[in-house]
Design a protein around this ligand. Structure first.
Ligand SMILES: NC(=O)c1ccc[n+]([C@@H]2O[C@H](COP(=O)([O-])OP(=O)(O)OC[C@H]3O[C@@H](n4cnc5c(N)ncnc54)[C@H](OP(=O)(O)O)[C@@H]3O)[C@@H](O)[C@H]2O)c1
Length: 317
């Protein structure tokens, strides 16, 4: 009988690919979905369970035990309240199940940005990482760099002849973007790799690291057009966040909006690469790589007509 793996966040961008990769490798999969989730995939080795993971309960006692758990959960807003409920509370529910079933591995997909935490969702991710590490459950934490989807939002703008927006001169940050299929393979490989038990694994896609200005140049090369670049000061986001801050005490919606601007400022100024304390800076050479898909491949697909939603799903359903 093949291993039965519980996947949370199965309806998300990476989670869907993890489910697909597990099925491709003949695992049995239990996809955890929210009660109102959209889900189309059917497969003889796939079960689904409908659970509101943000509400504590004994939901796992009613399902056949799994021997591994993969969490690809993520707060969809990054707001402080949602981050607590998803990044910490919902993952804690998974950990309860993992302890109950005595799983052989809990793989948590986290993010490289937690290295230098300034945001609510990063603090909640770290809080759960700490709980997982202290739990006694065998664990692996994968801290991924930027996904293709996070760097594809401007392809449409450029195609429509609008300028590519950068912060500062467009070289304030860099990352090694990782493709969704490559990351899913990496996650599934580490489910059974004894060497990665008890490890925090930062990972990006194939190098070299790319800056926003280089992304604009890449789009120029691929479209054969001159791409105009418009520069914005990242401090703009901090001004908006500061303006909203006093109102955040009275309105959770405005509090979330202020956090959104802080998130935007973070990504406008911090690289998604391994941070070196020795060099006091981000280091592309220290950022491990996986896979073969490059941002260029993703941009080519988008320019050929794929939508960003299709990009995350086109080989799945
Ligand atoms: N975006 C990036 O560039 C990037 C880079 C590095 C690391 N990461 C990390 O990678 C992980 C996966 O990211 P992703 O982009 O694949 O995430 P995503 O597409 O936003 O998917 C999030 C998943 O979490 C579920 N979820 C959200 N709120 C929930 C709630 N209240 N209750 C239960 N489930 C909930 C979603 O369910 P629904 O479909 O029902 O909403 C979905 O399945 C996250 O930890 C993220 O921080 C992201």
């Amino acid at each position: 009988m093949s291993t039965r793996v519980l996947v949370a966040g199965a309806s998300g961008y990476i989670g869907r690919h993890v489910v697909h990769e597990l099925l491709r490798r003949d695992y049995r999969v239990v996809a955890v979905l929210r009660p109102d989730a959209r889900w189309e995939l059917e497969h003889p080795n796939l079960d689904t369970v409908s659970v509101q993971l943000t509400d504590p309960g004994e939901w796992f006692t009613g399902i056949e035990p799994c021997s591994a758990v993969i969490s690809c959960l993520a707060s969809r807003t990054g707001g402080p309240e949602d981050a607590r409920r998803v990044e910490y509370d919902a993952n804690s529910e998974l950990l309860k199940a993992a302890m109950h079933w005595q799983v052989h591995r809990f793989v948590l997909l986290s993010a490289i940005c937690v290295q230098r935490p300034r945001l609510a969702f990063q603090r909640e991710k770290l809080r759960f990482e700490g709980a997982l590490r202290a739990s006694g459950v065998p664990w692996t934490i994968i801290r991924a760099t930027a996904f293709f989807k996070s760097l594809s939002g401007q392809v449409e703008r450029v195609r429509a002849g609008k300028p590519f927006l950068v912060f500062g001169d467009g070289t304030l940050t860099a990352c090694k973007p990782v493709g969704e299929e490559d990351l899913a393979q990496y996650i599934v490989e580490h489910l059974v790799n004894p060497a990665s038990e008890g490890s925090i694994l930062p990972v990006g896609g194939p190098g070299p690291a790319i800056t926003p200005r280089e992304q604009a140049e890449l789009l120029g090369r691929l479209t054969g057009k001159t791409v105009r670049v418009r520069s914005l000061p990242p401090s703009l986001f901090l001004v908006f966040a500061a303006l909203l801050k006093p109102f955040g005490h009275f309105s959770s919606r405005l509090n979330e909006r202020a956090e959104f601007f802080r998130i935007a400022h973070f990504y406008a100024t911090e690289s998604m690469l391994v941070w070196s304390r020795e060099s006091n800076g981000y280091r592309a050479d220290l950022t491990p790589e996986t896979g073969s898909m490059r941002l260029e491949d993703c941009y080519r697909s988008l320019l050929a007509g794929a939508t960003s939603a299709e990009l995350g799903q086109h080989k799945l359903f």
